[in-house]
Design a protein around this ligand. Structure first.
Ligand code: NAD
Length: 470
């Protein structure tokens, strides 16, 4: 909790609290119009967004457009198409106790919301959840990461062009400002970031019993079956890991490969790296950089700690601190006590672990915290079911990496240490809504009529029927 006072934060907060009932009254058409304006503004600022992401961590144009701008536009379009349907009250059926009654689930906005987002997809992760939040009829204070100043400034401009500040307001700030805003009462808090900070956010939410959604991270395994095509496995692993330079919450953190295929994997990796990025991947315009010196040193230390403890490094372990560049690195024969096997890596490192039976791989996964994603490369149905049914993770994807987040009809989220609650699409809409049961009881058959005092043989009969048939 911060000791400092921030009058401008109080002002934004109070304005939104005062305005939240007016925002809730906006029609679905008005909400859709706002989303359409947001879409227009994003398209208008497309080049500026790309430029800002390049300045923040040298992200390539293709990755900025495919992983930051496109997902937000596609989310807005999904909401515009479905919001009418999603917002409708839904009738549910009755059992005989409620014969003749009308039971509906009414969707209502949660109210005043806080969204805290991380630096690794600074445009996408701020906007995606904001879209769900405003589509559901809430106000929003959006607190992006302090590490992406250029992207934040475009975000601020876009939001300022579409929303009044008593509806949506971007809040700049570091830990102090975030702690200060977290001390206030929100109807809902949506946090994306690390499990450690997730715990702080949940504790802050608990003080006011605010509902909290946590989109966290962790160590997502990639299990490669002995019979799977190694060329395909390597090509997908390189893309899935190096996109955003490994700084992706659902990046495969480590590889669990059948022991008979480890050497082939490493040789194929070196061959494909050379073919794709040439002799020096640093020269490639496609590879983003590490976000800042603190994270550069953290990832470098993880690699060096593993090597000092005896791990082999057949590729990588080269650095340029000035450019915040770490050459994609493979590590094998890693001792269990190495930090890289404990901490989420969030960088371009491929630790390779081997298994001799799939049961060992399952056991290894289950000894760690539940991951955000679990990837299986295999064409063996039995093996896929075995791994899926005997592990717990936010999501499972078979024979590909990362793209499950783009599916319009699947929830996205973690489980326990990797997250609480679901986001994106309809699930994101529900996350920012309260599903209120409304029951209109038919007076002729009202259950209380039969269950009311004085209790007698007839009441007992009714209870007996309920116990027998319901
Ligand atoms: P972080 O937890 O350090 O920061 C996230 C946000 O919390 C930032 O806005 C930051 O300003 C704020 N924050 C940091 N320390 C705080 C504190 N002590 N009190 C209050 N607020 C604080 O995370 P990060 O480094 O920005 O992002 C990387 C992490 O986010 C990784 O663990 C990654 O896996 C996770 N992540 C998860 C998802 C997902 O959708 N599940 C997506 C992206 C990133």
């Amino acid at each position: 909790m911060s000791d400092k006072e921030y009058p401008y934060i109080d002002l934004i907060y109070n304005q939104q609290v005062d305005n939240r009932f007016i925002i809730q009254k906006k029609s679905i058409k008005q909400r859709i119009d706002l989303l359409k304006n947001l879409e227009k503004e994003i398209l208008l600022h497309r080049d500026e967004i790309v430029e800002a992401l390049h300045k923040d961590f040298r992200k390539s144009k293709i990755e900025s457009e495919s992983t930051e701008i496109f997902p937000v536009l596609s989310e807005i379009r999904l909401f515009c198409k479905n919001l009418n349907e999603w917002s409708k009250s839904k009738s549910v059926s009755n059992n005989f106790v409620f014969f003749g009654s009308k039971a509906i689930i009414q969707i209502e906005p949660k109210g005043n919301c806080l969204i805290i987002s991380p630096w690794n997809y600074p445009f996408q992760l701020a906007m995606m959840h904001l879209v769900a939040c405003i589509a559901a009829g809430n106000t929003a204070i959006l607190k992006p990461s302090e590490f992406t100043e250029h992207t934040n400034s475009v975000l601020n401009k876009i939001l300022g062009n579409v929303f009044e500040s008593n509806h949506v307001q971007l809040l700049y700030g570091e830990i102090d400002e975030t702690s200060y805003i977290l001390s206030k009462k929100f109807d809902h808090i949506h946090f994306t970031g690390s499990p450690n900070v997730g715990k702080i956010v949940m504790e802050a939410g608990a003080k006011h019993l605010s509902s909290v959604t946590l989109e966290l991270g962790g160590k997502s395994p990639l299990v490669i079956d002995e019979a799977f095509d190694i060329k395909k496995a390597v090509s997908k692993a390189i893309w899935g890991k190096l996109i955003n330079n490994g700084q992706t919450c659902i990046a495969p953190d480590y590889i669990l490969i059948h022991e008979s295929k480890e050497v082939e994997f490493v040789e194929e990796f070196k061959r494909q790296m050379e073919k794709t990025f040439g002799h020096d991947p640093k020269e490639s315009k496609d590879l983003a950089r590490i976000i800042n010196t603190r994270n550069f040193n953290r990832v470098k230390d993880l690699i060096q700690n593993a090597i000092e403890l005896g791990a082999d490094c057949p590729y990588g372990n080269e650095y340029d601190g000035y450019e915040l560049y770490i050459k994609p690195t493979i590590l094998r024969n890693i001792p269990q006590e190495a930090e890289i096997l404990k901490e989420e890596i969030f960088g371009p490192v491929f630790p390779i672990l081997t298994y001799n039976s799939i049961e060992n791989a399952i056991h290894y996964i289950n000894t760690a915290e539940k991951p955000l994603a679990l990837y299986i490369f295999s064409n063996n149905k039995e093996l896929i079911n075995n791994v899926t049914e005997n592990t717990s993770s936010g999501a499972v994807m078979v024979n590909d990496l990362l793209i499950h987040i783009m599916h319009p009809n699947l929830p996205f989220g973690g489980v326990n240490n990797s997250g609480i609650g679901s986001s994106t699409g309809y699930f994101g809409f529900l996350d920012f809504s309260h599903q209120k049961p409304v029951l209109k009881v038919n007076q002729l058959f009202s259950p209380t009529k039969f269950l009311n005092y004085p209790y007698n043989a007839f009441t007992q009969k009714i209870i007996n029927l309920m116990i027998k048939y319901l």
